[in-house]
Design a protein around this ligand. Sequence first.
Ligand code: 13P
Length: 339
Amino acid sequence: MSIQTELQQTIEDMIDSTRGILAADESSPTIAKRFKSINVESTEENRRAYRSLILSTPDLGKYICGVILFEETLAQKSDDGVPLPEVCIQQGIVPGIKVDKGKIPLANASGEEITQGLDGLAQRLEQYKTQGARFAKWRNVYHISDRTPTHQAVIANSEVLARYAAICQSKGVVPIVEPEVLIDGDHTIERCSEVSQFVFHELYHALQRHHVVLEHTILKPNMMVAGKNFAHKESPERVAEETIKILRRTVPAAVPSINFLSGGQTPEEATANLNAINQAGSQPWELSFSYGRALQQPALKAWQGKAENSDKTQAALFQRARLNSLARTGKYTSDMENN
Ligand code: 13P
């Protein structure tokens, strides 16, 4: 199979009109933080047990088309001894892998960050493919303040994301490109839009410079929301209006799917906002989800590190996956939260 055919096949297996992506790729420090919130120690066995449990949720593939895994998870097995990527495949879910190596301070740019992990990426992708991964994810972050993100940080980060995407495609792996304009701060929704427009615009310039085939990429952006310390929450309709406006200005129609991150929104907010986005009329791309916290938070809370809570944990994940699948077609209503 040629690389182009391989990439196209993965896109077709991951994109349809009802499903979305589960981000279960928390790095070791991040999963430790999540486990701490339920008083569970982050041991390798606890991470395996939790991820085995959620990936084995019966019928998860009805609502989820892809799962982003962390490197460690690729090599772990379910309670029944099945490799976890294989558990995904058996559910009709495409396994993927987070390939960035986290953020470091961007030199000479106070308060700004850049994501590392390009060195050796091509070789790592070859290894991940033998373990079942067919797509990858790389996250960059942009901090909003009165003086950031600077031009310097936006250009440097775009270049890195584009180089990552180009390397992935050269290895037959579909890149999820994740520029996250952070929710931290007290900025307005308009300021989030202004920054996101700049970030997305520069990103697509860089992807073009690096000859990335847009048809074989997925964009994972933030929605346009006010900062989490802003005085009030914008309505889902307002979030949808701003989000679509900025995406239409910056994301070429050749991109097949936009799968939002939740980025600190509550599970209910993330679902309601996605629903409003999908109710706002037809767009050139699919508009779906790639949530981490907004899918997993209720499941983690139900689990508490105890095997006797397995059914409750899976039910909580299944419920959020189902509601987001409805939101993905604009058919969610808030009264469904109680059913
Ligand atoms: P959240 O939905 O929790 O923001 O996570 C998505 C993700 O994969 C961040 O890289």
